[in-house]
Design a protein. Structure first.
Length: 609
């Protein structure tokens, strides 16, 4: 049993086990030492009676036929001591998933260069008829020099029980490697430990929707492969795409690759968890430590006379002053005498809040600046009284009737504007009364005796008539076999919503990572018609695309949907322009969740034209 293997054990009398690196699916992955060739190797081990043993040995033989500088070669494969093992070259470095976790998403040019290197290796392998089978970020290694290495070629897929014919998943995983290098999210067909890419209505969000600044070329390449039928595309772009074409596209985007390996090597050395520790700073003494010794209380009589001792003064603090003539430097020292106190604060003169009452008790009125007073004199502008005696200073103390009021500025203009407005209103009223008296509208137009009649140029659109004699068959071009409950298909056009056709219950949702991209019904209209409306009665939350063709379709290649929607229980789909054809395809692109998985149901399809 592989689980009984321990560090220090020797396998096949040659490979000494050193470090157990991973353990999954009943298999062990070791770093071992080849005692004959004195080198480190990578060792995959499972039980010899495991059902994957022959699959693993076959994968090792196929992988050994691929020669590429970026692929870690298979060195040995054998059954011995009740174990089945495969020996690969040893490669050290950082896997792409750990690099993205430490440094975050790569720049567009670095991401394109890295995936172009992987795609070039996959193209070499596909030309030899060999697929990697599980192209996840964990199997892409960046060594200390910045070079890219692909590990687990064909062997890793065999350990997961996957067959050899997985070239199509390799293309999807290549686009997913570009997607995760740009966003740190995984959208591939093979499972990975990275967070899954966000989806909306069964469609993977484009890289530009997850991270700003992604070039349009890289964004379109990811979207074409990961969402083959999104945006009204009637064909699968992966059918015309190869690993070689992807590598050429990315290499053209990168241009001159000089310096890319060095840049990746620098990026590979960055670790966010590193902490910089500064050395301790020694304490700087500004005075001699002997001066800080406490000699006890001072003598009240005073110190004994003696020769003066020279004490080194501390460094002078302050601003330096440079003498331009002598080049001497002096220091701006603190002043020895305190600065003079500021001048005393003089409070402002007291001013009363209200004018004083006159002697006669008459009210005081303050004249406006510049007005004429009864006495003919002019006093102070703001304070027309003597604050000391309370008597008037010559202005503002006379009776009210003596002061002449000044006209308010602008009052005459307001009166004129009001008069003009009243005149206009009166004129409008006269015109309205005159027109009504002549039997016309208030504005003088001829009245419309038949307001409900339509204009001479208006037309009434004809109501679309329902089509009869519909024949429904199941449509499953991607199934093996191509059948999806054909005996229930006629229930979708029998006119009875209580009976329905339904799909199988799928464990995965439709899409790039699912078993297929969709399934549906093919409706024969009996003859060529102009289809303008389609009535759908089905399970809510189902993604639907409608296609209209002249001939009976066998696949969706080359077809363009006339409508796309997420259907509710009852949907009336009105086409922008009538579509002409004999066959209507109702294609389900996503299914609602049910107990145990995902299943769609179509109770009734009605066609109008």
């Amino acid at each position: 049993m592989p689980h009984s293997s321990r560090p220090g054990d020797v396998l096949a009398n040659r490979y000494r086990l050193i470090d157990l690196l991973a353990e999954s699916e009943g298999g062990l992955f070791w770093r071992a030492h080849d005692r004959i060739l004195e080198r480190h190797v990578a060792l995959h081990v499972i039980d010899a009676d495991d059902e994957r043993a022959e699959l693993l040995l076959d994968a090792a033989r196929r992988s050994a036929t691929v020669l590429d500088r970026r692929i870690l070669r298979v060195l040995d494969a054998e059954k011995a001591d009740g174990l089945c093992y495969v020996v690969n070259e040893w490669g050290s470095g950082t896997s792409l998933d750990i690099l993205l976790a430490n440094s975050g998403p790569l720049s567009p040019r670095k991401a394109a260069w890295l995936v172009a290197e992987v795609a070039d290796s996959i193209a070499v392998a596909h030309a030899a008829g060999v697929a990697h089978g599980r192209l996840v970020p964990e199997n892409v290694l960046i060594d200390r020099t910045g070079a890219v290495k692909v590990i687990g070629f064909a062997v890793d897929a065999a350990l997961f029980g996957l067959g050899p014919d997985r070239m199509a998943p390799d293309l999807t995983d290549l686009a997913a490697l570009l997607y995760c290098s740009l966003t740190s999210k995984w959208a591939g067909a093979s499972p990975s430990g990275l967070p899954r890419a966000p989806q909306e209505h069964g469609r993977v969000l484009r890289p530009r929707q997850v991270r700003a600044g992604v070039p349009r070329l890289l964004d379109a390449l990811c979207d074409d492969v990961l969402n083959p039928y999104a945006g009204g595309r009637g064909r699968d772009p992966r059918e015309e795409l190869t690993a070689r074409s992807m590598a050429d596209t990315l290499e053209e985007f990168v241009g001159d690759p000089a310096g890319m390996t060095e840049a990746m090597a620098v990026l590979n050395t960055v670790r966010r968890e590193e902490t910089v520790v500064l050395p301790p700073v020694p304490e700087i003494l500004v005075r001699d430590p002997d001066e800080l010794v406490d000699d006890g209380p001072a003598d009240p009589v005073g110190p004994e006379p003696g020769p003066p001792t020279s004490v080194e003064l501390p460094t002078q603090a302050g601003l330096p002053i440079f003498d331009d003539d002598t080049d001497d430097v002096s220091w701006l020292a603190a002043r020895t005498t305190p600065p003079p106190p500021p001048p005393p604060f003089e409070p402002p003169p007291e001013r009363p809040l209200f004018a004083p009452e006159p002697e006669g008790g008459a009210p005081v009125r303050r004249p406006r600046p510049g007005s004429t007073h009864a006495s003919g004199g002019t006093g102070p502008e703001f304070w027309p009284w003597d604050t000391g005696t309370g008597r008037g200073a010559g202005t503002g103390t006379g009776p009210t009737g003596v002061v002449e009021d000044e006209e308010v500025p602008g009052r005459n203009w307001l009166r004129l504007a009001a008069g003009i407005a009243v005149g206009l209103l009166l004129l409008v009223a006269i015109v309205v009364v005159y027109n009504l008296g002549r039997g016309k509208t208030p504005l003088g137009a001829e009245p419309n005796d038949n307001p409900t009649s339509s204009s001479p140029g208006s037309t009434t659109s004809a109501t679309a008539a329902p089509l009869t004699g519909l024949v429904a068959t199941d449509f499953d071009p991607q199934g093996q076999p191509q059948a999806e409950y054909p005996d229930l298909a006629h229930l979708a056009v029998d006119g009875n919503p209580a009976t329905s056709w339904h799909t199988e219950t799928y464990l995965q949702q439709f899409g790039p990572a699912g078993l297929k991209t969709g399934v549906g019904l093919r409706i024969d209209l009996g003859a060529v018609h102009d289809v303008s409306e389609v009535d759908l009665t089905m399970s809510g939350g189902t993604g639907v695309q409608l296609f209209v063709t002249d001939t009976a379709p066998t696949s969706l290649r080359g077809l363009t949907p006339v409508a796309s929607l997420t259907a509710g229980p009852q949907e009336n789909v009105t086409l922008d322009q009538p579509a002409t054809g004999r066959y209507l395809v109702v294609w389900l692109t996503s299914l609602p969740a049910v107990s145990g998985g995902f299943r769609g149901e179509v109770a009734e399809v009605g066609v109008r034209g």
